[in-house]
Design a protein around this ligand. Structure first.
Ligand SMILES: [Mn+2]
Length: 449
């Protein structure tokens, strides 16, 4: 029972329009499979949910771009980088695609692909925001890794570990076909970059973060302050007058929640912590674009669907989905109360006709029945089986004592119970209004007999 976001969006002129770019590209690293992620995410219903539940008009060319037409024939290593010309060509084309959506005032959602594609997405939004609003954009990079290696420092030579170095100008290259196309207008300032979730940072990267005074919240900070305080500090650092590009690497989540990714690192964010970051960024009203990257459905057989579900959840949260199942119920309840007050007033004035009760009860019966079906699907349906998740993750895992685990367990228990309460309310009210209809219909018959 979700509904379109009510948060006012400050930097997109068409807040219900969503430009989607699906990038089936894996050349920024060595493990095949990550190019299949956009297809898997879309097949699991992500775009349908964004359209049907969150009310977005989706602008998608219905293609998963592999960019085969622009792949260079030969692509030898350069400064230690693997496939530099391929990644450069793909990100340059992607930059243009993202730019066109963002220039038009839409939100832009990019489904990757490995994290090298952020060179394309961030450069595209940064340029569009500069032109459209005359502002610099901030980047929130949620990742286990900092991805800010220069080519020379990189231990692996994989470009997916370097995007932030090129995007901030820390790494430069003259050759136009190897990231030389990145101009000042494409870049972001090191002062507008914030990391959350870091836990596997290379030695050289640590030095870059320190020397440039880059704001970074590692898992240590998440443990120390809690995710609420960390997100608060990150957003306070960015300020509320700056557009935000959220680049979400699914490996920021703990492998327990997102196992199917190229470089999993243990000790990560819980799914709820990841969703929470995305929800908070949405609530600022400053979000202009989001990337979801590094979902690799081929790496795990069992974990693939879990990882895809986690990815969908992150995107939905960033685009305004909330945990509240209440808005629909609150509306139905308010109408129900108004209807009963109306009945009492009419009865007091002796104007009450059975027909009024039949019509009113029918409307409310339909509303409650709709809610009942929706909640039933969420609780027991095959797609969003909340009840099974509650059994698995909540009922079977009791936490006690003063710990953050206990707190989050209590919260989750509460959410599970709310869902079931909503279900119970809906059953009761559906039956109640059906009964009202039958009663008044019988009264009605007596009048005319
Ligand atoms: Mn990454």
């Amino acid at each position: 029972m979700t509904s379109p976001s009510t948060i006012e969006q400050k930097f997109v002129s068409k807040p219900n329009q969503l430009g989607v770019v699906a990038v089936g590209f894996s050349g920024g690293q060595c493990k095949p499979g990550v190019e299949a992620a956009p297809t898997a995410l879309i097949a699991s219903g992500l775009l349908d949910q964004l359209r049907d539940d969150l009310g977005y008009d989706i602008h998608h060319d219905n293609a998963v771009h592999a960019y085969e037409d622009i792949m260079p024939a030969s692509d030898p290593d350069h400064r230690g980088m693997k496939k530099p010309r391929s990644v450069s060509a793909v990100t340059q084309r992607l930059s243009q695609q993202v730019y066109e959506h963002a220039k038009d005032g839409k939100f832009v959602l990019t489904l990757g692909g490995d994290h090298s594609i952020a060179i394309g997405t961030i450069s595209g939004t940064a340029k569009a925001i500069r032109e459209r609003l005359g502002r610099e954009m901030a980047v929130i990079w949620v990742d286990a890794h900092a991805d800010i290696n220069t080519p020379e420092m990189s231990p692996s030579g994989n470009v997916h570990g370097m995007p932030m170095a090129f995007l901030t100008g820390i790494a430069k290259e003259e050759k136009k076909d190897i990231f030389g196309w990145i101009e000042k207008e494409h870049m972001v300032s090191v002062r507008k970059l914030v990391y959350i979730g870091l836990r596997d940072v290379d030695r050289g990267e640590k030095q870059i973060l320190r020397e440039n005074g880059i704001k970074a919240f590692s898992m240590h900070d998440v443990d120390k302050y809690g995710i609420g305080r960390v997100v608060e500090m990150a957003l306070a650092y960015i300020g509320n007058d700056t557009p935000i590009h959220l680049s979400f690497d699914v490996d920021a989540l703990d492998p327990q929640f997102a196992p199917s990714t190229g470089t999993p690192v243990r000790g990560g964010l819980t799914l709820r912590e990841g969703d929470f970051i995305a929800e908070c960024v949405h609530e600022t009203g400053s979000l202009v674009a989001m990337d979801l990257v590094e979902v690799n459905p081929s790496l795990e057989t069992l974990g693939a669907s879990e990882t895809i579900r986690a990815g969908c959840s992150l995107v939905r949260s960033a685009l305004g989905d909330t945990l509240l199942i209440m808005p629909f119920m609150v509306t139905s309840s308010a109408l129900g109360v108004a209807f009963i007050i109306l009945i009492l007033i009419l009865a007091a004035q002796r104007f009450l006709l059975p027909g009024i009760i039949i019509i009113g009860s029918f409307v409310l019966f339909v509303l409650w029945l709709t809610g009942l079906i929706e909640t039933a699907l969420q609780l027991y349906g095959s797609l969003a089986n909340v009840n099974a998740n509650c059994q698995n993750y909540v009922q079977h895992n009791q936490f006690k004592g003063n710990s953050i685990d206990t707190l989050s367990w209590l919260t989750q228990t509460n959410i599970c119970n709310c869902w079931k309460t909503a279900f119970a309310f809906e059953v009761v009210n559906t039956v109640f209004f059906l009964w009202m209809m039958v009663m008044s219909w019988q009264v009605n018959r007596d009048i005319y007999d």
